[in-house]
Design a protein around this ligand. Structure first.
Ligand code: DAH
Length: 357
């Protein structure tokens, strides 16, 4: 069988010129139209495309013609493809710009991964707020250890060993590393030992507050084995119960707004006289409700004039100096502040609860 003379569809220079001019006018029509451009791509360069077919037909040419025909066809293919790619890129770029201009793409929208935003814990918030209030009245901040000696936690605060006043605070005792060197260690039951530490370190006059964690062997809806207190202490010449009342009135007003406050006599071994401070119920405003047990009042802190024996324990002359001190539960303040009915919510770290505050 004779070899076919050059097939009419083969890549002769005439055919290539014709393909190029067809392509160029098709490209001009398709420009700016994404779908038309893709159609053009498959019409010319897809598996059944015209240029693909021409390249395939090179193999059927007489051997002498194959080289030139192959090179010419490839060159044309590259040229046309480059033109097409350029047109596609221009079209995509224009489409992106049009979308931005149309305003349908809102660049200010949150991302899909909308992470919940963290916040300070309510107890941290009230401690910071209270610290700010007292800082404005000239108090500085002191801290002390949470594992405390019996001496600082009780004895120097005028709780003698085996005194029944110790029963007010259910204590976690810690086994001391060396029982001969340290008599007894406790998880501090209150922040009051920081009074002793501060007075011994600084002497009088002194004005400090001390926020921190304290521990008691106690647990129910309003008690937790770990909780937070803020201690306050002001010792100077001529300090009286009137100063105590003035400072605490400013504090209560700053925290809860204008409301009634009263002092009731009470007992703490490290003060004389000792008082408990009540404020008008933050839930009912004083008319009486379930939370205040229909009294209209709620207790917020213990306070008193620093006992002369405590001043002496700290080498401060009780004839010259007097002072007052108070201690309050920060968790309880947070509960009043946000009307939380169960203390345990504060320690569960449930974001559904924390997010409501
Ligand atoms: N430390 C006492 C307690 O935890 C509270 C207290 C009462 C502190 C009277 C004081 C104070 O500084 O003067 O129950």
């Amino acid at each position: 069988m004779a070899e076919p003379s050059s097939a009419p569809t083969g890549p002769t220079p005439e055919v290539l010129t014709a393909v190029e001019s067809d392509f160029t006018s098709a490209l001009d029509h398709a420009r700016g139209n994404g779908e038309a451009l893709q159609r053009l791509r498959s019409e010319y360069f897809g598996p059944k495309g015209r240029l693909t077919g021409l390249l395939r037909s090179v193999g059927q040419l007489p051997p002498a013609e194959r080289r030139d025909a192959g090179q010419n066809t490839n060159k044309l293919k590259q040229k046309l493809e480059a033109g097409l790619t350029e047109a596609i890129e221009a079209q995509e770029q224009a489409a992106r710009e049009a979308e931005l201009k149309s305003g349908r793409l809102d660049m200010s929208l949150d991302g899909r991964l909308n992470r919940p935003q963290g916040a300070f814990h309510p107890v941290t918030r009230v401690i910071r707020e209270m610290t700010d209030i007292f800082a404005r009245m000239g108090f500085s901040v002191a801290t002390g250890p949470e594992v405390e000696t019996d001496g600082y936690n009780f004895e120097a605060l005028n709780f003698p060993p085996d005194h029944p006043a110790r029963d007010m605070q259910d204590t976690f005792f810690v086994r001391p590393p060396d029982a001969r060197a340290i008599k007894a260690l406790v998880l501090r039951t209150h922040t009051s030992p920081v009074q002793i530490r501060s007075m011994r370190a600084q002497g009088a006059p002194i004005r400090v507050i001390s926020p921190g964690r304290v521990y008691r062997c106690d647990e129910d809806r309003t008690h937790s084995p770990m909780f937070h207190q803020i201690e306050g202490l002001w010792v100077d010449e001529g300090i009286s119960l009137a100063h105590l009342k003035g400072v605490l009135t400013s504090f209560v007003t700053a925290l809860f707004g204008e409301r009634g406050m009263r002092l009731r006599p009470s007992f703490f071994p490290f003060v004389e006289p000792g008082v408990e401070v009540d404020i008008q119920c933050v839930f009912c405003g004083g008319s009486g409700c379930r939370v205040c047990k229909h009294t209209g009042w709620m207790e917020i802190l213990g306070a008193g004039m620093v006992h002369p024996a405590v001043l002496e324990n700290c080498n401060i002359d009780p004839e010259r100096y007097t002072g007052f001190a108070w201690g309050l539960g920060a968790d309880r303040i947070a509960m009043l502040r946000w009307q939380i009915d169960d203390l345990a919510h504060l320690f569960r770290s449930d974001v559904r609860f924390l997010g409501q505050l």
